[in-house]
Design a binder for this molecule. Structure first.
Ligand code: CA
Length: 224
């Protein structure tokens, strides 16, 4: 799951980015309305964390603008302003949730996950196929009810594929979900990741297949 973090305080933003990455998200950062707009247009995000006080404008105005274009990406606003009117204003502008600074990191992570699993976002918590089950919120991964240890990237890849079993997902779409702009990604990074995951699934007795569709992408199916 890929997040856009819009926050102009560099140190705070770095800290949030690290914590969100540790929680398994791919994170891109923007530090102004202008850079946020560029990122919005360049890529699809699963959710946006938006500070309201930005150097070149108001996060709320930016949010209204996005909503006016029909963009329904879940947005959580972060702000030092704690008043009721700000909260109501944020929700009226199209925010899905609100968190006042200071906050505990665990709370931010929990709220972002809640945003991502709300109905309408078409995201569910438990993704199952064959004898495997991925709980995207835990996150945890089980095969035949037994916990299997996957790396963060492996889990993220599994999640992308399991959301559309039996459908080919293009390389580009997968890479977009796995890596942020700032990640240095080798041209064969995805192949390496897929082959490692495929071996791991095989050795742990998963009864699903991770197919390579040459020149297009990948898909998972529940039949060997
Ligand atoms: Ca700010």
């Amino acid at each position: 799951m890929r997040l856009l973090l819009v926050e102009d305080n560099d140190r705070f933003s770095e800290f949030l980015e690290k914590a969100l990455r540790d929680a398994g998200f791919a994170v891109d950062r923007a530090d102004s309305c202008a850079t946020a707009k560029v990122s919005f247009d360049a890529s699809g995000f699963d959710a946006v964390i938006l500070d309201l006080g930005l150097p070149d404008g108001d996060g709320l105005a930016l949010l209204k603008e996005r909503r006016a274009t029909g963009d329904r990406t879940p947005v959580l606003i972060l702000t030092a302003r704690d008043g009721l009117s700000d909260r109501v204003g944020g929700l009226n502008a199209g925010a899905d949730d609100y968190l006042a600074k200071p906050f505990a990191m665990e709370e931010l992570v929990a709220r972002v996950k809640a945003l991502l699993r709300r109905p309408g976002a078409a995201l569910s918590v438990q993704l199952t196929l064959g004898n495997i089950c991925l709980d995207t919120v835990g996150p945890s991964f089980t095969i035949d009810g037994k916990t299997a240890t996957l790396t963060r990237r492996e889990l993220a890849l599994m999640e992308i594929l399991l959301r559309r079993p039996g459908k080919v997902i293009s390389r580009g779409a997968i890479e977009e979900g796995l890596y942020s702009f700032s990640d240095e990604v080798g041209s064969n990074a995805l192949e390496v990741l897929v082959s490692r995951l495929r071996k791991k699934l095989g050795s742990l007795g998963a009864d699903i297949n991770l197919h390579t569709v040459r020149g297009v992408g990948y898909m998972v199916m529940d039949h060997p």
